[in-house]
Design a protein around this ligand. Structure first.
Ligand code: TDO
Length: 186
């Protein structure tokens, strides 16, 4: 029995994952991750870290974050409480979709996740109060390799669905992109 459906997005390698829970009168049972199935859509490295976040306010934005090589990471992002507009930006130097973004609504109800390959920046906006996210990462957190784009960068033009209600001090001060940014070579 298939536990997931995988859908390609306009950005090569970025994959929308539809979990397929088994429901009964008690509720549901759902496979959350499967190395074999995910390997077929490009996630071939083992999971190194798992993180959990809670965001209280509707309209909050976190992002756009990535890690530079050698800590560039694949990320599997899910919203297990509430609903978010989840966005990935292609930063791969040679990619035909360099600096394009793609967004998907991920929610506890729709049971969708985004599988984001290394070489992308990631961020999201909450569409409800008290949203909780789970992340699987193929590389550990490496403070010295952190990179970020500004969520309101005019070169990206990310269409956030709501006015930004809250954003961290760090995320508010990321520099805007300029023509010197050549992208990531992995
Ligand atoms: C991301 C991260 C942060 N931290 C620490 C640093 C800081 O003191 C505190 C909060 O960090 P931040 O403000 O960066 O948290 P946050 O803005 O939620 O960062 C997250 O944003 C989304 C968009 C992602 O894609 C995630 O991978 C992650 O980068 O937690 C870790 O210890 N491990 C981690 O993996």
């Amino acid at each position: 029995m298939k536990r997931f459906d995988f859908f390609p997005t306009p950005l090569p390698g970025l994959t929308l994952v539809q979990r397929k829970p088994i429901e009964d009168s008690r509720g549901f049972f759902s496979r959350f991750f499967c190395a074999e199935d995910f390997g077929r859509v490009g996630l071939t490295r083992p999971i190194a870290q798992m993180n959990h976040s809670l965001t209280h306010l509707k309209g909050s934005v976190r992002g756009m974050h990535f890690q530079y090589p050698p800590f560039a990471e694949d990320k599997f992002v899910s919203c297990v409480r509430g609903s978010i507009f989840d966005v990935a930006v292609d930063l791969r130097k040679e990619s035909p979709t360099f600096l394009h973004w793609h967004g998907e609504i991920l929610s506890a109800d729709n049971q969708r996740s985004l599988l984001i390959p290394a070489g992308f920046a990631h961020g999201f906006q909450t569409l409800a109060r008290d949203c909780e996210l789970l992340y699987l990462h193929t590389m550990p957190y490496a403070h010295d390799c952190e990179g970020a784009l500004h969520a309101l960068d005019p070169l990206l033009e990310i269409a956030w669905p709501l006015p930004i209600a809250e954003i961290s001090e760090r995320d508010r001060t990321h520099p805007m992109l300029n023509s010197q940014f050549e992208g990531l070579t992995l």
